[in-house]
Design a protein around this ligand. Structure first.
Ligand code: AAT
Length: 282
């Protein structure tokens, strides 16, 4: 007997992974949480049936959402991560000794507990002394913050269900206010490929452009997200993600990464024509 996990990527396209065994299934106040083991992608986490991460390819997403901003912004001391209860973004952040404090704002405590138990590969650094975990809605959390964070990482689910508020104009405006004068916000920016995702991506982009003086999009290929072509947004008050990137600083750190490197940093901001057109159309 074979067991398969299937996610509908469009009405006409399904993405399936053969499952070795189901490790966990639960329903929280916010969403259904499942963990599966597979031969091809290792262990993976889904929320409401949507893929969040697999052990095999999560490095791409987490390295790109963290190392890109960390190598543009000087003196990052205080970071806010919204979502990201799996701990993958935090794991990459704690590698930087200059970071003094990381606030992780995750709406769903059960995600954190389940990941700590079943996904130590991502959740293993959530106990770092610099990390404080807050169980709250990110939309509400940022409302009261003023000029507090050097970097905000929006590591959220897609724009429906609990993640919906994290794609609103109100949220981006409050992130702007919560950032210090040289701060920046990076977000997972959906996929440009299938029209159902591209519409959400365009809408989010328009709102970010209206909220920040500098706003650029960069890309990575993530095999287990719809179409495998994923975008990130870099929205900033002062620093430009390519012009203010210093390759020498990154090299000097001597970090070992599996995806991110010097050339990728710059190259990721080079977008295919159809993506540029989608972004300009707005
Ligand atoms: N690191 C890759 C995994 C994620 S999960 C995103 C997390 O955001 C989930 O744990 C979810 O509970 C949390 N979340 C959703 N809405 C909110 C909210 N309003 N406030 C705080 N946390 C929230 C990202 C997957 C990207 C998927 C791309 N297809």
């Amino acid at each position: 007997m074979e067991l398969w996990f299937t996610e509908k990527h469009t009405d006409n396209v399904n993405f399936s992974i053969k499952v070795d065994r189901q490790v966990y299934s639960g329903q929280s106040e916010f969403q259904r949480i499942d963990i599966f083991d597979s031969l091809e992608f290792g262990r993976f986490l889904t929320l409401d049936g949507y893929m969040m991460l697999t052990e095999k390819d999560e490095f791409i997403y987490h390295e790109m959402i963290v190392h890109v901003p960390m190598n543009v912004l000087p003196h990052v001391k205080k970071v806010l991560v919204i979502g990201g209860g799996d701990g993958g973004a935090v794991r990459e952040l704690v590698r930087y000794p200059e970071i003094e404090r990381i606030d992780l704002v995750e709406i769903d405590e059960q995600v954190v507990e389940v990941c700590k138990k079943y996904l130590p590969q991502t959740a293993g650094k959530l106990d770092d002394p610099r990390v404080s975990v807050h169980y709250a809605d990110g939309l509400k959390f940022v409302r009261s913050r003023k000029e507090e964070y050097d970097l905000i990482i929006v590591d959220s689910t897609d724009p429906f269900g609990p993640g919906e508020g994290l794609f609103t104009r109100e949220f981006y405006g409050n992130c702007f206010k919560a950032l210090t004068e040289t701060g920046a916000m990076v977000n997972q920016h959906e996929s440009p490929f299938y029209p159902v995702d591209a519409v959400a991506m365009q809408r989010a982009h328009k709102r970010i452009i209206d909220s920040f003086p500098i706003s650029r999009v960069y890309q990575a290929h993530i095999p287990t997200y719809p179409s495998g072509h994923w975008l990130f947004g870099f929205a900033s008050k002062k620093y430009h993600p390519v012009e203010d990137y210093h390759a020498a600083g990154w090299s000097a750190r001597g970090f070992r990464t599996k995806y991110y490197n010097d050339k990728i940093h710059v190259g990721a901001f080079a977008l295919p024509n159809y993506v540029k057109e989608l972004l300009e159309e707005m």
